[in-house]
Design a protein. Structure first.
Length: 431
């Protein structure tokens, strides 16, 4: 007899409600995990950007493709599984299973919210961020961002408006196109060496590197499974020297490549937890993924080590003046703080408080972008909406958690960071 989705769901419900079954048992969690995977793949039929990575069993992909569900049936099915899971902590559970139970519940709730959005439901910016990513971003005033821009003004003395001085300075730290590959490979080798000093990786791990054009992002990691990634770098974007370290660490070591490899090794292979063989982009997992990838830069190059590496290695390799390294680093730090401005623009624009012209104006004002570059930034916001919080709030939540767990000791901080990359932790676990 063919087991339909509805009959499987009914069986799961009966198992959950059976006498003495106050909390889900391991077999039930495994069944819910498989249904979660199928639902995620099915939502990907309606939302092509939803599934960022998939390397699970062919049988689940076949099931997802065979029984494509309407988008609101997917949402209702996810809600039913959340009800079956319940809120009680499994009595048999070790700490990782407790996290697994919460992970499945939270990811299913997010999946339901994303399905509703695909169906046309609108949430305000903060509600969407909470429903999809499990975190609400802070709100900052115009004065906060204007004060950061004033700091940039002091860092870039000279004649003319700040945007002109900033543009001139940035032109002096751009990697010539013919040297991008050389500089990037040196940067990724350094990130990998520094990561391997404190983290173990699966045997045979590696990545392929491609240079592309015509994408809306400057860099991307496409995880393929079996500890293999495809890292793409978009040559449409001028690449500043510090972006070499950003991209190498964020997309590679100890960022997305390491995170996905460790999850696969520890949870998919080690525990047989199939839910980690699919990565839904618009889900709480992305806050951990983007946050750990951004904070991974600081893990690999803490304190002044990054500035020293760029000054002594990357600037000369790119044919740039090493005397600019310290100033460039100071500018970078302020621009990282200004990254929260993207959240504020997104909040106001998506909530209808400002229109596209005003949004582009704020982007030019706070990020010193040209009108053309500001329009591209707004397009990213229009497409990805509240996803922008994962880069800045995600980074800060990961940083605070690692610092609490590891203190000031470098090795202890790496142990905490590695534990995060190998576990089903969620944004709520970091707060």
């Amino acid at each position: 007899m063919r087991l339909t989705y509805s009959s499987l769901l009914a069986l799961l419900a009966v198992s959950a409600c059976a006498p003495g079954a106050a909390t889900p048992d391991p077999a039930l969690l495994d069944g819910i995990a498989r249904r979660y995977v199928v639902l995620a793949l099915q939502l990907g039929h309606h939302d092509p950007s939803y599934v960022d990575a998939w390397y699970g069993p062919d049988s689940l992909k076949v099931l997802a493709d065979r029984d494509t569900l309407p988008v609101m049936t997917i949402a209702a099915s996810a809600d039913s599984l959340v009800g079956i899971l319940g809120t009680a902590t499994p009595a048999y559970a070790d700490s990782l299973v407790v996290m697994r139970h919460r992970y499945l519940r939270t990811q299913l709730q997010s999946l339901s919210a994303r399905a509703a959005m695909v169906n046309g439901q609108k949430f305000n910016f903060d509600e969407e961020a909470q429903r999809l990513y499990g975190a609400t971003p802070p709100t900052f005033s115009d004065a906060h961002f204007d004060s950061l821009v004033a700091r940039l003004d002091l860092l870039l003395p000279g004649n003319g408006p700040l945007i002109e001085r900033y543009t001139r300075f940035r032109a002096g730290v751009m990697i010539p196109a013919e040297l991008v590959d050389t500089v990037f490979k040196v940067a990724i080798a350094a990130c990998r060496t520094r990561t391997l000093a404190y983290a173990s990786l699966p045997a045979g791990e590696g990545f392929a590197l491609e240079y592309v054009k015509g994408t809306p992002w400057s860099g991307y990691n496409w995880y393929k499974g079996k500890a293999q990634s495809l890292i793409q770098v978009n040559l449409d974007f001028p690449i500043a020297v510090e972006r070499a370290v950003d991209l190498a660490c964020h997309e590679g070591y100890p960022g997305h490549h390491v995170y996905n490899s460790r999850l696969e090794e520890a949870l998919v292979n080690g525990r047989g937890w199939v839910e980690f063989s699919v990565y839904p982009l618009f889900s709480p997992q992305s806050l951990i993924a983007e946050g750990s990838a951004n904070f991974g830069i600081d893990m690999a190059f803490p304190g002044e080590e990054r500035t020293a590496f760029e000054r002594d290695s990357l600037f000369p390799l790119a044919g740039l003046d090493p005397a600019l390294a310290e100033q460039n680093s100071a500018v970078r730090v302020v621009m990282e703080e200004l990254n929260y401005g993207r959240n504020e623009v997104a909040r106001r624009y998506l909530d209808g408080v400002i229109d596209s012209t005003a949004a582009i104006g704020l982007i030019e004002r706070w990020w010193l972008q040209t009108p053309a570059a500001a329009a591209k930034t707004l397009r990213f916001i229009q497409v990805n909406r509240s996803y922008v919080i994962n880069y800045n709030l995600g980074r800060d939540l990961v940083a605070a958690w690692v610092e609490r767990e590891g203190g000031a000791d470098r090795a202890a901080r790496w142990r905490a960071f590695n534990a995060l990359l190998s576990s089903p932790r969620l944004p709520a676990d970091l707060q």
